[in-house]
Ligand binder design. Structure first.
Ligand code: TXD
Length: 308
């Protein structure tokens, strides 16, 4: 089966995601950007790396949506990114306009596609994409938890001096300062983290995870993280196209799970060829549930502030 993935936004996250997809020969990639020449140029530059690296996917780019027709998956990274001192929520009004335009075009050309939203503020942009597309929750969801959990996994591995490959972690909630790292569900080669690390060290890791995005923004000054976000997005696209049934934390429309309804919040889901194939329910302590509800309330107030 030959797959096509459209990536809208050929900026840092979009182009890096496109590169990973092409280099893995996962799918042909169409990059679309309002800055059409940027997308065309990046696609050509990537294609010129193919003879050296030996991949055979096709990458193209421009400002036109016609080449995106029939995409199996569309990744949306179009929009503004944070600068130092900005919260993700500061991007709401501008990125809502952009999302409305982008989703309308994507759905017109690929009515059966699966939409993976990356643009911030993530959970609210998922809701915009859902409203505009009219898609069921199986086919519209967001990337955040894989990234947040990857950060936590790296911090744990670094702290303990173990391989990142041995570390698993789960982060729930909205993709913002109220996200909920779950150290009880973090493991090192199957050993629960609380057996390996003192409570105050764990809390320091939780906090660094919550502010992991801002830590990178402060280094870059001119933009936000993209290597790890692109890797996380790639993992989700691969899980879908290769029908992996991977359990990954994603922003998904909850319909009663975790006591929440009609709201995009990050929780573990099973990803396969149909998109979100199952919402996985973790048992939470009262304190964890309260943190999740606080995070959900933050998402709810952002959605209430969406421009009409
Ligand atoms: O965890 C997560 N979900 C995130 C989210 C992790 C990292 C970045 N996150 C957000 O993704 C970030 O806050 C931004 O909202 C997006 C994209 O971040 P990126 O770092 O890739 O931003 P860039 O490099 O500025 O690229 C954005 C591109 C740029 O080339 C613009 O020309 C293009 O988006 N753009 C558009 N393309 C198509 N259509 C429209 N309307 C449009 N507007 C801007």
């Amino acid at each position: 089966m030959h797959y096509k993935v459209t990536v809208v936004g050929a900026g840092n996250v979009g182009a890096t995601t496109a590169q990973r997809i092409a280099e893995a020969d996962l799918a042909d990639v169409v990059m679309v950007d309002v800055a059409g020449d940027l997308a065309t140029g990046k696609a050509l530059d990537m294609m010129e790396s193919a003879p050296v690296l030996g991949w055979s996917a096709r990458v193209s780019g421009g400002s036109d949506y016609a080449p995106s027709a029939g995409s199996h998956v569309c990744v949306i990274t179009a929009g503004l990114a944070r600068k130092p001192g900005m919260s993700r929520d500061d991007l709401l009004a501008k990125n809502t306009d952009i999302l409305r335009e982008v989703v309308t075009q994507l759905v017109r050309h690929s009515p059966d596609t699966i939409l993976i939203v990356v643009t911030n503020p993530l959970d609210a942009m998922c809701e915009v994409a859902r409203r505009v597309s009219g898609f069921p929750r199986e086919r519209v969801f967001g990337m955040a938890g894989v990234l947040d959990a990857a950060r936590m996994r790296y911090f744990i591995a670094d702290e303990l001096g173990v391989s990142v490959q041995d570390v698993g972690a789960v982060v729930l909630g909205g993709h913002g300062d109220t996200m909920v790292p779950l150290p009880r569900y973090a493991t090192v080669a199957g050993i629960p983290l609380p057996q390996l690390l003192a409570a105050e060290r764990i809390e320091a890791i939780n906090q660094r995870t919550r502010t992991g995005g801002a830590e990178i923004v402060n280094y870059y000054q001119q933009g936000s993280a993209y290597y790890a976000p692109a890797a996380a997005t790639f993992e989700m696209v691969a899980a879908v196209l290769q029908d992996k049934k991977k359990v990954l934390p994603c922003a998904v429309l909850l319909q009663g799970e975790y006591g929440l309804s009609d709201l995009f919040v990050g929780v573990p889901v099973k990803l396969g060829r149909r998109g979100v194939e199952e919402v996985v329910q973790l048992e939470l302590t009262a304190a964890e549930q309260a943190e999740l509800e606080k995070s959900a309330a933050a998402v709810r107030s952002l959605i209430a502030a969406l421009p009409k």
